[in-house]
Design a protein around this ligand. Structure first.
Ligand code: ATP
Length: 939
């Protein structure tokens, strides 16, 4: 082989080896690059996975939040909807049948027919395998929900639920807890006062809806306030069979086949009448009338028309009229089986079993209709309603007489007092006026027919319209009981009716209080007549115009069972009739109105004996079966239903009869609401009325006269208070112990407590007028029964002397000397003697006491003594022939009038029949006749 060839081979080998080396390096580098790329690839993949997981987690969290928010919102909305439905359909309007009972409501409510099926009720995720919701209802295909938090991803993505909190069941922030069923949202329809219902679809379900609606309408209104007229030609009334117990009471009337035209005509007639006479252009609907006036003079008439085939043209047009105009007049139609075109106020219900029913007002939401009400509930309710209706009309609420809240006290009484007293049977309001004509009223009705209630209702209607500046009441009840006490503040209720100035209760044995009221009114009449003369006017309206700043309210004086005041032929009755006659005659133009009520006016001889007096009472009010209050030939009261009255402003002439259904005003709660409302509006200066309760013993510390006493150094005319007079102003009876002959006081009778009460009142009131040391007081106790009371008085008067059997001789000797002394008397000396007739010391002591009685007062020495009998006082004074003028004032307890004649100058004896805790007071220096007083208790 040639050299050159070898070289070339070598060369090639070297070249190859070099190339191999280079390739090796390149390969290694390529491997490295590949490894690096792979590692990068791995990193990228790992990062991508991690990022996707993070995004997934974030997305799931967001979905969970949205789900939770959605559920919370939905639950809240369901709650709101359920609460709104509850409010719209309270009580019997919406209560499920198992707990249903009638609950008459103030206003017509919407009525429940079933429940709404909400698309996505917020229920917790169903446990796999369980097909029922926690509320026990079927899940149903579209009712089932995907577990919140499980996310179904797109193909190829990570699909398994990722571990973490999102796989837990979501919490609900608000709304019902998960183990509680969401609230039921009632499906409601509006019938009474709103519109008409047309039921279509499944017949059985439709029947159930109609029965349910009727029962709810009946159960939400007062018995008799809903009248049902049934027309069921196919089943001859079978569709309303359950309501049959209502028929005898007239609450359900059935119309036979062929009677549809007449039924529709009748209803159209009602609508026309109600529009013309009840709404009378003043209101657009009964609903509005009720809202404004609280009156509902017409029942709701619900006509149930179940089928009827083709209607005649007339029937169709009457039906259309009713559909358009009936609801405003309380005429409503519930229709099944007649074609009705949609229109305002017409609710369509498509009845179907299960959850396929619909009501138009709920849009597309499915409705599960309620089952029919249980037949026993229907029957029991209907029976109860029928019984109550048969027993008489339901009471009307007092509110129906009142002006709208906030509009009280807007009327002026310048020309009279006018107020509604209720509705006539035809639905028109009956207004009653007291003015110049008719000025006074007589109310009559046998016991229990509602006289007192009538007076309450009238007073309520007046008090709500006229302010206390325009109207004042003076009330007297001669019946036993406290029916007028509610107008004055009491222990339980501190409010009073601001117009009431005086309330007298339990006065049946204190007829003097009736007289006091009449005397007070007479004085007021004189005041008004004088003012009228001064302003040269003739009646109240003119006086008020001339004297706008004066206080001239119309006065209404109500005397219940007034015949008690006039019974008998004694001085009280005589004076009362005279005063009444004057008040009745002259009060009319001076705004003083008398309202006299009695169980039976025929028994009041004193009144009927004075035709001129009776004629003034031209407003006559007769309650059922009242006699003689209307004209002889007017028998309207005989046929009056319960809670009605005949109001007659023309002295009972039959043509002037107006029948009124009187609202119930006796209910304390309702009355209380009105009284509180008016009381809160009272002018600040208006105090409570004077309450005279004949059963209550007054207290000296409450006496305005006692509280007004002030101590001074030497009052010239000290006043001894004795008890409360029976008069309008709660005055205290008094006797003035000035320096003058006869200024002594004798208390006569055997009743220890009352005698001690009078002496204690006198002693305490006298002591209150003197500064310390200003007068000398001596208490003499000669009867152990009176000792405690005498000691109590002694303890109350500072520096008072105490004497009894043992030492009274000292006092008498001293006092007799003082009475006859020549030196001027320095200060008054009051000697209070308990049981003066028991004075020891024989003739000498008796003579000393006589001296003190005769001569003491001129030297400011006064005896206030208690003798246990009128004859015993006579003995003290010196026997039958002795003069009695040293006893200038006396208080007689259980002493008959005839025994008092020696101490009662003038003709005969005072008219006095003793009665417990009452006394007769006479002061010859001021009185023409004696006055009845009530000793103060615990003075
Ligand atoms: N209009 C009415 N609506 C409802 N209830 C009434 C009505 N009028 C009276 N009542 C009720 O009838 C009963 C008797 O009424 P009230 O006391 O007014 O009769 P009265 O004639 O004054 O009887 P008496 O003279 O015996 O007191 C009371 O329970 C009262 O609540």
């Amino acid at each position: 082989m040639a050299e050159s060839t070898r070289d070339r081979v070598m060369e090639i080998r070297a070249g190859l080896s070099h190339a191999l080396g280079a390739a090796q390096i390149a390969l290694e580098q390529a491997h490295e690059a590949r490894d690096a790329a792979h590692a990068r690839y791995e990193r990228v993949v790992a990062a991508a996975t991690a990022r996707r997981r993070k995004l997934t987690a974030a997305r799931d969290e967001r979905i969970r939040e949205i789900g939770s928010w959605h559920d919370t919102e939905l639950a809240a909305l369901v709650g709101v909807a359920a609460a709104a439905a509850d409010r719209a359909a309270p009580g019997a309007a919406g209560e499920p049948w198992h707990s249903w009972e009638p609950t008459p409501l103030e206003r017509a409510a919407e009525l429940r027919v079933g429940r709404l099926i909400l698309p996505e009720a917020p229920v917790p995720a169903p446990v796999p395998g369980e097909g029922r919701r926690p509320d026990g209802r079927d899940g149903g295909a579209d009712g089932e929900r995907r577990p919140r938090g499980a996310w179904a991803g797109a193909p190829g993505e990570v699909t398994e639920p990722l571990p973490g909190p999102e796989s837990e069941p979501p919490e609900t922030a608000a709304g019902p807890p998960l183990d509680e069923a969401p609230p039921d949202v009632a499906a409601l329809v509006a019938l009474l006062d709103r519109g008409h219902i047309v039921v279509e679809g499944d017949r059985r379900a439709g029947d159930d809806v109609v029965a349910g609606l009727l029962l709810r309408a009946l159960g939400t209104s007062a018995p008799g306030a809903v009248r049902i007229i049934g027309y069921d030609p196919e089943n001859l009334g079978g569709g309303l069979a359950g309501f049959a117990p209502l028929a005898p009471a007239g609450v359900l009337t059935s119309v036979g086949p062929g009677g549809l035209e007449r039924l529709l005509d009748d209803l159209v007639g009602h609508v026309r009448r109600i529009n013309e006479t009840v709404l009378a252009g003043e209101y657009t609907s009964l609903r509005e009338l009720h809202a404004v006036t609280n009156r509902r003079p017409e029942p709701w008439r619900v006509a149930v028309l179940l089928g009827g085939g083709d209607l005649s043209r007339h029937e169709r047009s009457q039906l259309d009229r009713l559909l358009r105009t009936g609801a405003a007049c309380g005429v409503h139609l519930v229709i099944r089986g007649l074609d009705v075109a949609p229109g305002p106020g017409i609710e369509f219900i498509r009845a179907a079993p299960g959850e396929d029913a619909r009501i138009e007002g709920a849009g597309d939401l499915p409705v599960r209709l309620d089952p029919a009400p249980p037949p026993t509930t229907v029957t029991a309710t209907c029976r109860q309603i029928a019984e109550e209706v048969a027993a008489g009309p339901a009471p009307v609420a007092l509110d129906s007489l009142l002006p709208e809240a906030g509009t009280e006290w807007r009327d002026t009484s310048a020309t009279g007092l006018t107020a509604p007293l209720g509705d006539s049977p035809q639905g028109a309001r009956v207004l009653v006026t007291l003015s110049d004509y008719p000025p006074h009223a007589l109310i009559a009705g046998p016991s229990g027919t509602g006289k007192t209630n009538f007076i309450y209702a009238w007073m309520g209607a007046l008090a709500a319209r006229y302010s206390p500046d325009e109207l004042a009441f003076y009330l007297l009840d001669f019946k036993e009981g406290v029916s007028f006490a509610r107008f004055a503040p009491g222990r339980r209720d501190p409010s009073w009716l601001p117009h009431v100035r005086l309330v007298g209760v339990n006065v049946n044995t204190d007829r003097e209080f009736g007289l006091a009221l009449l005397r007070f009114l007479s004085a007021e009449l004189r005041r008004r007549a004088d003012a009228a003369k001064q302003h040269e006017v003739t009646n109240l309206a003119e006086l008020r115009a001339e004297d706008p700043d004066g206080s001239w309210p119309r006065i209404v004086a109500v005397v219940d069972e007034f015949q008690v005041l006039l019974a008998g032929r004694d001085a009280v009755a005589g004076e009362a009739v005279d005063l009444l006659e004057d008040l009745a005659r002259r009060g009319r133009s001076q705004g003083i109105h008398l309202v006299l009520a009695s169980q039976d006016v025929s028994g009041i001889e004193a009144l009927w004996g004075r035709p001129a007096l009776v004629a003034q009472f031209s407003l006559r009010i007769a309650l059922p079966r009242a006699r003689r209050v209307l004209a002889e030939t007017n028998a309207a009261a005989d046929s009056l239903p319960r809670y009605h009255a005949v109001v007659n402003a023309d002295s009972g002439a039959a043509e002037a009869n107006r029948v009124v259904r009187v609202p119930a005003a006796g209910d304390r709660e309702r009355w209380g609401a009105l009284q509180h409302r008016l009381w809160r509006r009272r002018p600040p200066e208006l105090g409570p009325p004077r309450l005279f309760d004949g059963d209550v013993i007054p207290k000296l510390v409450d006496s305005p006269d006692y509280r007004g006493l002030r101590a001074s150094d030497s009052p010239a005319a000290p006043v001894a208070l004795l008890g409360e007079t029976i008069d309008v102003a709660a005055r205290s009876a008094r006797t003035v112990l000035r320096r003058a002959p006869g200024r002594n006081l004798a208390v006569l009778g055997t009743r220890v407590d009352e005698a001690c009460a009078v002496l204690a009142t006198a002693g305490r009131s006298l002591a209150a007028q003197f500064a310390p040391e200003g007068a000398r007081f001596s208490v003499v106790c000669l009867d152990t029964d009176a000792r405690a009371a005498a000691e109590a008085l002694h303890a109350r008067i500072p520096d008072c002397g105490w004497y009894d059997m043992d030492n009274v001789d000292w006092l008498l000797e001293d006092a007799a000397a003082e009475a006859t002394a020549a030196w001027p008397a320095d200060r008054p000396h009051f000697i209070l003697i308990y049981a003066a007739d028991a004075l020891p010391g024989g003739k000498e002591a008796a003579a000393q006491l006589r001296t003190v009685l005769r001569q003491g007062p001129e030297r400011r020495l006064h005896v206030l003594g208690w003798w246990r009998g009128a004859g015993l006082l006579r003995d003290t004074l010196g026997g039958q022939a002795a003069r009695t003028d040293s006893i200038g004032a006396w208080v007689a307890l259980d002493v008959h009038g005839s025994e008092l004649s020696p101490y009662y100058p003038g003709q005969g004896a005072p008219n006095w029949y003793p009665r417990p805790w009452r006394a007769l007071h006479f002061d010859r220096s001021v009185h023409r006749g004696a006055e009845v007083i009530i000793p103060y208790g615990n003075p």
